[in-house]
Design a protein around this ligand. Structure first.
Ligand code: TMP
Length: 206
């Protein structure tokens, strides 16, 4: 059977990932593809439990290393249980966040640097997305967008943290421009969706 594709979405909080993921899922499904949508942290029963621990505002004392390892643990389970089998079986897997989030948020945002990759190597090995869509939005604009809803432990981090996360994403995009495609997320929803569809069609027709 022909292998499927592994596509991830990345971006700061409030960058509009959920809206665009839904639009891409609908588009690909209409084209007759079998699409599996999942998210990080989460996507399996075990990983969703880990998600609850990580994002719980009551866990304010969680240290940065624990946070990093929990994200990696949730990821290891998702890759083995869901992503790999689905892609091997021919599905298009769309994942809301993946290891790039750990590089942006933990390596850059928390300042843990290279050891975040070292830890994640055990979780993902060399299993990386075929395409990563990075929705680029000024982090302060992103925070403004999510102000009206209840925020989780990570979103409640300082403005300085969110600025560093964004810097991390820009660095990742520059370092791995073949895989990571940045899109200006301050544009209208339809214009962004169109650019995403073009990138995905390029991948499928490659
Ligand atoms: P979500 O709000 O996009 O579902 O993601 C949950 C939060 O977790 C979001 O603020 C980003 C953060 N995050 C990390 O800090 N590191 C990671 O590896 C992942 C996957 C998410």
């Amino acid at each position: 059977m022909k292998r499927g594709y592994f596509i991830t979405f990345e971006g700061g909080d409030g960058s509009g990932k959920s809206t665009q993921i839904k639009l891409l899922q609908d588009f690909l499904t209409e084209q007759g593809y079998h699409v599996l949508l999942t998210r990080e942290p989460g996507g399996t029963a075990i990983s969703e439990k880990i998600r609850d621990i990580i994002l719980d505002k009551k866990n304010a004392e969680m240290c940065d290393m624990t946070e990093t390892m929990l994200y990696a643990a949730a990821r290891a389970q998702l890759v083995q249980q869901v992503i790999k089998p689905a892609v091997d079986g021919g599905d298009i897997v769309i994942c809301d966040r993946f290891v790039d989030s750990s590089i942006a948020y933990q390596a850059w945002g928390r300042g843990l640097g290279d050891l975040v990759w070292d830890i994640n190597r055990h979780a993902v090995g060399d299993y990386m997305p075929d395409l990563t869509i990075l929705l680029k939005l000024d982090p302060m604009q992103g925070m403004k967008r999510i102000k009206s809803r209840e925020q989780d432990r990570i979103e409640l981090s300082s403005d300085d943290f969110h600025r560093k996360v964004y810097e991390g994403y820009l660095n990742l995009e520059a370092m791995d421009s073949d895989r990571i495609k940045g899109i200006d997320a301050s544009q209208g929803i339809d214009r962004i969706a169109e650019q995403i569809r073009d990138l995905v069609e390029d991948l499928i027709n490659r």
